[in-house]
Design a protein around this ligand. Structure first.
Ligand code: NAD
Length: 267
């Protein structure tokens, strides 16, 4: 069992979805959690309470809007003033679809700012202190769309391919830090395929319109197109993998992009 007692994690976008389940897995292993995302006071309080109930000694909310390029660095500074950051999970992300010819350049820039630039800024601000302590984990939530493309997703695919590439650079730059016993500083991407969260709602709803509003049929349709297992991932499964990456036993697993996609990228 991975023991994160005495450690702290900043998980961006952790008020819901995949980020919340990653935060919960780390909390259950004893980590304190810097909870982050766009949320009203009630949702922020609810997430913090749930994480404390799961086992986090402390959980504190930070509401920085990552569409402002300055905000990500400020977020790390504010969290670091509260607790050293041992684990950084760049999970916050957005998606908007349109054919490349119709995609508004402002939408492109917004997606790249939130999905990629913010991760650059949090890594830049958080990783030197990890190196000083000989232990650190950066887990970037990319996507199958960091490994392969789909139509109508130019900014999303660009941001996720960028995240995979940038993570490999950071993995190389920090590879020699620490020891097997301390755990080293590793940087990896998790690349989910279809995973049941609200980010998929616009795509599921659009597909449901072709099936007389039948949501289950729409999901089955989406899965049959891309995900050979024909099963959605549960966000808690991404949490379980993130927790394993935090264990010192994973000290030599760095610079990878791990698909959790039911075989999507094996095709
Ligand atoms: P979600 O919409 O439930 O969660 C997105 C999170 O990002 C929320 O907590 C939200 O508060 C935060 N966020 C969005 N815009 C923000 C902003 N401007 N500033 C700060 N925080 C912001 O979706 P999810 O599925 O949990 O997505 C989490 C990550 O997983 C994303 O990076 C997404 O690209 C990736 N992903 C999801 C799937 C999937 O099928 N669900 C597949 C592959 C990758």
């Amino acid at each position: 069992m991975t023991d994160l007692t005495g450690k702290a994690a900043l998980v961006t976008g952790s008020v819901q979805g995949i980020g919340f389940e990653i935060a919960k897995a780390l909390a259950m292993a004893g980590a304190s959690i810097a909870v982050h995302g766009l949320a009203d006071a009630a949702q922020a309080r609810e997430a913090c309470e749930a994480l404390k109930a799961a086992g986090a000694p402390e959980a504190r909310f930070f509401g920085h809007d990552l569409s402002d390029p300055q905000a990500a660095g400020d977020l790390v500074k504010q969290v670091a003033a509260w607790t050293p950051i041992d684990i950084l999970v760049n999970n916050a992300g957005i998606q908007q679809t349109a054919p490349l010819a119709d995609m508004d350049i402002k939408v492109f820039q917004r997606i790249v700012t939130i999905n990629l630039t913010a991760a650059f800024a949090t890594m830049q601000a958080a990783m030197p202190a990890m190196a000083e302590r000989g232990y650190g984990r950066v887990i970037n939530i990319a996507s199958v769309h960091g490994l392969v493309a789909s139509v109508n997703k130019a900014p999303y695919v660009a941001s996720k391919f960028g995240l995979v590439g940038m993570s490999r650079v950071a993995a190389l730059e920090y590879a020699t830090v620490g020891t097997r016993a301390s755990g080293g500083v590793t940087v990896n991407c998790i690349c989910p395929g279809w995973t049941e969260t609200s980010i998929l709602d616009p795509q599921i709803n659009a597909r449901a319109a072709d099936h007389d509003g039948d949501r289950a049929a729409a999901i089955a349709d989406l899965l049959s197109e891309k995900q050979p297992s024909r099963r959605m991932s549960d966000p808690a499964e991404i949490g379980a993998l993130a927790l394993w990456l935090c264990d010192p036993v994973a000290h030599n697993l760095t610079g990878t992009a791990i698909p959790v996609d039911g075989g999507w990228t094996a095709q």
